[in-house]
Ligand binder design. Structure first.
Ligand code: HSE
Length: 397
């Protein structure tokens, strides 16, 4: 019998307990012994199927030698960081879905796990139920990864899909996403690009092997996106998608950001809808590889957590090293990246052409919406200085 603890009984923590119970036979067959949740750390006791397992005292987990793996689904940094360090120091494997903690402290916690001879695994922190971190660090290990980009926030993608398909109001679509258990406790992290930002940091850390500090990464969400732009670009053959993107630059350089993009309708990301996420990884040997699936929700995310629990137990004494150095040098401003830009201006085509030369017009009706030739973000911003800008977005590709 292998015993584990769950810290935090929110959406994902509850899902972990359910997956362990509902898939018990299959898990036992693979592990060679039954897996059991022994203790659940909560802040407030509540009735329900796990009432008998609950404690509000972390020492009951820390000092219990029978607990071999701790699943951290508290979220945030403060208590989660403290308890994760203490659990690792007590010689327990730790598995998490906590993107914020991994993005901010993952490098340090991996080093601590290594020192203690245990695993710190976090597949569920990016893409919910989609296996992407393991393939990135293991199956694609023979590649130099040049770029990772994708739809990394299920809540935003759900809202965008509802707005486009049914003309739903932003607030109604957000409430639906919350009811389905997709949204963060503070949903502004979803709609303001912060959740996707944490995930692109983790992907960049693992893809390029060095720390990308979330504080350096510009994160723009969908809160200010206008339905008008969504419709104009759709008529022009594009979909608006919130993308996280991390790019390897010459030397030791790299950059990352989150922002709404125009995605050509023939691109595989254009038709990724609802709560689905998709991550594209470009390796120098593989070319582009796409990972697709449910990026949020109780059971998909819990499935990734429980798989990590099983891996932590089976990879004896510990899983091979994940390359992730603490160095932050070499991070560049993503505005240096070149690409085409979409603008909508309060002005005429003549104004647009005077600022940008040749442009591709998408709409002209008092306002003008157009695409530029490839430019860096810095050049695009400078050339647009004299214009009355109503919207600006990057074009993918
Ligand atoms: N709130 C997140 C999302 C959950 O909507 O994608 C998964 O990280």
């Amino acid at each position: 019998m292998v015993q584990i603890a769950i810290m935090g009984l929110g959406t994902v923590g509850t899902g972990v307990a359910r997956v362990v119970a509902e898939n018990a036979a299959q898990i036992e067959r693979k592990l060679g012994e039954p897996l059991q949740v022994k203790t659940v750390l909560v802040r407030h006791f509540k009735d329900g199927p796990y009432r008998q397992l609950m404690t509000d005292d972390f020492r009951k987990i820390e000092e219990d030698g029978a607990i071999r793996v701790v699943v951290e689904t508290i979220g945030g940094v403060d208590a989660a960081y403290e308890y994760t360090k203490r659990a690792l120091n007590a010689g327990k494997h730790v598995v998490t879905a906590n993107k914020q903690l991994v993005a901010e402290k993952g490098c340090e916690l991996l080093a601590l796990a290594k020192k203690r001879g245990v695993n710190y695994l976090f597949e569920a922190s990016v893409g919910g139920g989609i296996p992407v971190l393991h393939p990135l660090t293991q199956c694609m290990a023979a590649n130099r990864i040049d770029e990772v980009y994708g739809i990394l926030n299920g809540t935003s993608n759900y809202i965008l899909t509802r707005m486009v398909r049914t003309g739903a109001f932003f607030s109604d679509a957000l409430r639906e996403a919350q009811e389905k258990g997709y949204a963060e406790a503070d949903p502004s992290a979803d709609v303001d690009g912060i959740d996707a930002g944490r995930k692109i940091c983790i992907l960049a850390d693992l893809a390029f092997g060095r720390q990308v500090d979330p504080a350096d990464v510009p994160m723009e969400g969908i809160r200010n996106l206008s339905l008008r732009d969504v419709k104009i670009v759709q008529r022009g053959g594009y979909r608006v998608k919130l993308l996280g993107r991390a790019v390897r630059l010459p030397g030791n350089g790299r950059t990352a950001y989150v922002a709404p993009h125009l995605v050509p309708e023939e691109h595989p990301l254009a038709n990724v809808e609802d709560v689905f996420n998709a991550v594209m990884v470009r390796g120098n040997a593989t070319g582009e590889v796409m990972f697709y699936g449910k990026g949020a929700g109780e059971m998909p995310t819990a499935s990734a957590c429980v798989a990590d629990v099983m891996e932590a137990l089976q990879a004896s004494p510990r899983r091979e090293e994940i390359g992730w150095e603490p160095e932050t040098e070499g991070f560049a401003d993503p505005m240096t990246l070149r690409g085409r830009w979409y603008f909508r201006i309060d002005g005429s085509l003549t104004d647009a052409a005077a600022a940008f030369g040749q442009v591709e017009v998408l709409s002209e009706d008092g306002e003008t919406a157009f695409l530029t030739e490839p430019l860096s973000g810095l050049e695009a911003a400078k050339q647009a200085e004299g214009l009355r800008q109503l919207a600006r977005m990057r074009v993918l590709g």
